[in-house]
Every structure is written in C-alpha cells, then in structure tokens.
Write a protein that binds this ligand. Sequence first.
Ligand code: FCB
Length: 483
Amino acid sequence: MQVKVYCRFILFLCMLVLCSPHSLAHPEEIKRSDFPSGFIFGAATSAYQIEGAYLEDGKSLTNWDFFCQINGGRFGKVNPSGIMFYNNIIDNLLAKGIEPFVTLHHHDLPQEFEDRYGAWLNPLMQEDFVYFAEICFKNFGDRVKLWSTINEPNLFAEMAYIKGVYPPARCSEPFGNCSFGNSDLEPLIVMHNMLLAHGKVAKLYKDRFKSEQGGVVGIVISMFMYEPLTDTKLDKEAAIRALAFNVAWGLDPLIFGDYPPEMRQYHGSELPQFSLEEIKYINGSLDFIGVNHYSSLYAKDCTQSYCPLGGDHAVKGFTYTTGERDGVPIGNRTGMERFFVVPEGMEKIINYLKNRYNNMPMYVTENGYPSPQHQNLEDTLQDSDRIEFHKAYLAYLAKAIRDGADVRGYFVWTLMDDFEWDHGYNQRLGLYYVNRSTLDRIPKLSRDWYKHFLSYDSVDNERSNREKFISNKIQNYINIRSS
Ligand code: FCB
C-alpha cells in the first residue's frame, strides 16, 4: 500500500455567544450574541483548493492534478514532509487560538488509486481510506478533536459519475458526453463504497482512538433546499423526493442503517444492499452532520412527464431541479449558475435535518457567496453583497437554533479566493482577495465585517467556556512541547 498523507482542512475560530429571545433577527442586526454559548464560527478551506505545491516534498499526484493535465509523478509511503506540513498547520492554528476541524477527504485523492483499481468504484478503496484515516488519527488526533470523514460524497458522486465534470469524468447520455461510465449505476456504487468507508473509519476511531483522544466523527453532505416548482401535489412530492435522493441518500444509511425508503421505492436492484455485518458498523456511525448549504432550487415532478437532462431517470429521483420559475430566479443570482441567494432555505434545511434525524448535532461546514464574474478590483474588494448574504443566512440560522435545532458552528466558504474545481480560478468566494500573479492576499470588506461580527458583540460578556477551554488546551500543548 502506498499512500501519501493528505488532509483536507476546515479551519475554525473559537467563539462566545448568548441566546436572545427574538424570532427572526433583522439581517442588519444579526449579532454573535444571537447564537448560543459555545457556538463556533470559522472559515473553511480545502487543501487542493489553496495549497498549490503539487510536486513539492515528494507529494504524489492526485486525481485533480491528473485531471488538470499535469505530467510527472511519484509515489511513496507515508510522507514525513506531509506529516510535518500538517503538524505545522495544526500547531500554528492552536497557537493562535484557532481549533482545527479536519476533513479527511475533500474531492482529491491519489491518482494511483484511480489507475490501479478505479478508486471509489472499487470496494478496495474502502481499505485504503481506512489506512489513510488511521495515519491521520495517529499523527494528529492528539490535537484534532473534530473530524469529518468525507466532504460531500453526494455531490462528488453526481459531478464525477453522473455529469462527468469532476475526475474521473465518467458519465453516460443524457447526462453528459463522456468516453466511459454509466450515470444510472456508477454513482450508486461510488456512494455505497464511500458510506462503507465512512462507517469503517468511524468504527476505527471509536474502537482505537476515541477513549484516549476524545474527539467526534461526522460526514459533510452538500445540501440544496428544494421548493415545489408549482403548487401541484406532484411537484410537492418531487421536492420531498429531491431531498431524499440528495441529502438523505448520504445520511439515512449512517443514521438508520439503510438508504431512504423514497429511494428504495423508486430504484430497483441497482441500489446496493447493505449486509447485516455492514449495517452493524454504518448504523449510528455519525456524531454530527456537516451541512454545506448555499442555495435553494425548484423541483419538478418527472414521473408523469418528460424532463430534460436526465430528470426522468431513477438516479435523479424522477425529479428535475431548476433555479427559475417562468424565467424568474428563486433568489438573486450569484457568480455561480446554480447558487441563488435564498436565506430562508437555511432555516428550512436545518429544520428538515432536525426533524428527520431527531435533532442530531449539526455544523454548517460551508456557506458562501460567489461574487458576480468580471468584477473590477474595487468591487471585488468592496464585497458588501457577500456581507449581506452572510448576515441574511445567519439570521435564519439563528432562528432555527432558537426554535431548538442543535447547530454548533458556522464556517464561511472560504477563507481566501481559491481554485474552484470545474470553475478553475474564475470564481471568487474568499474573505481575502488573492492576486493570481503575485499571490498577495488582500482582505475584502467581508473579512472586516466577519472580524467585527466575531469580536465586538462579545466584549462585554464573560469569556465563554469554550474560549477558556481553548486557551487551557493551548497552554497544555505548549507545556507538553516544551517538556
Ligand atoms: C462545495 C465544495 C467546496 C467549494 C464550494 C463552493 O461544494 O465542497 O470545495 O468548491 O462548493
């Protein structure tokens, strides 16, 4: 087994807050004290999207390096430079009072797995992922307490195996035009392997690391909220199905031990079965749900009528989704085609999870605003639209929390302008502007707003337990290192 250590980091800042008794705060008045004590705020990134250095320090090629048509490559055993790199990041974060929240797999993986056996299409990948996770727990688990196994397995399965726009770019008609693949079947297999891999990693953590390290393990799911395109019963059912085929697809197996009943109803034997042995370790394998939520879409029924783009296939739940009704967008447009500004969707998706999963702890692991494209530098830096976006979504999040939802954190996507996958460098979502030529980072107005939001509201309040906990932890760590 040859593996290189890659970790996908979601960074977070430590916070303090008090509850307030209002219902929906006006976005202009949203404050940190609208969130409960101990609620954490942060900014999210992922390694491939910000690190560069694709051939430094003996790093092997990943699927995205290959996809972006980079030649060369080497493979090795666990790479001490990789361990050192992430140790430095973790130590420096802790030294600054920032607790790391680590995602093990965020879209990129060693290309060798792809070449050797088809990566996530093959159950062998489960074992390689467990091996990799064990290395991370052993090396970083003394300081990392919040682990997510996989970022957006549902979106990955869709983009890489239904639409074929992420590596390994596999798909079939009518979803896309790829050289290989089967869009009706392969995403189901890939998701199955990812869920089993998650279950094995969660079990590994529970059996071997949890008692000593005391952390928690969750998974992150990409979640749009869906509204019926029309008022008909069929479209209302389609909206419910869209949630089941996208969100519950990745969560029901890990919380209840099987795919959603809605999926079993519409799929035939192509939807894999879990064996009794597998159910034992996937069922109940989540300590928290990671929520990546940006936007809402309309859902239209395709059981009774033709739909374009494969909406009338079982793999899409016989549902077609769109951001427009009669040419009118569901919310203000952003720089990304399917991302519309629909703040109330945040409350709705959180309530959906709360009700379906008995209010399991949740973290909003990503939420962010893609600036309109082709902006000049000044407008890019004066990103008041991004500020309004976060304020509005936070107001609805605070409302859901006041209504009882157990949400424990919020992470802005993203800390700095990055590589946005199939959009390349054309999308800017960062709190910091990155000059693509000099790599200089310039804070945007949204950075100032977030800093202000996090610092000012709480100055008169007592320091929260969480802050005390973090500073104790840092002190302990410094003591250990210096002894
Ligand atoms: C999410 C990805 C993240 C980023 C945002 C915009 O689906 O997890 O890496 O690209 O979208």
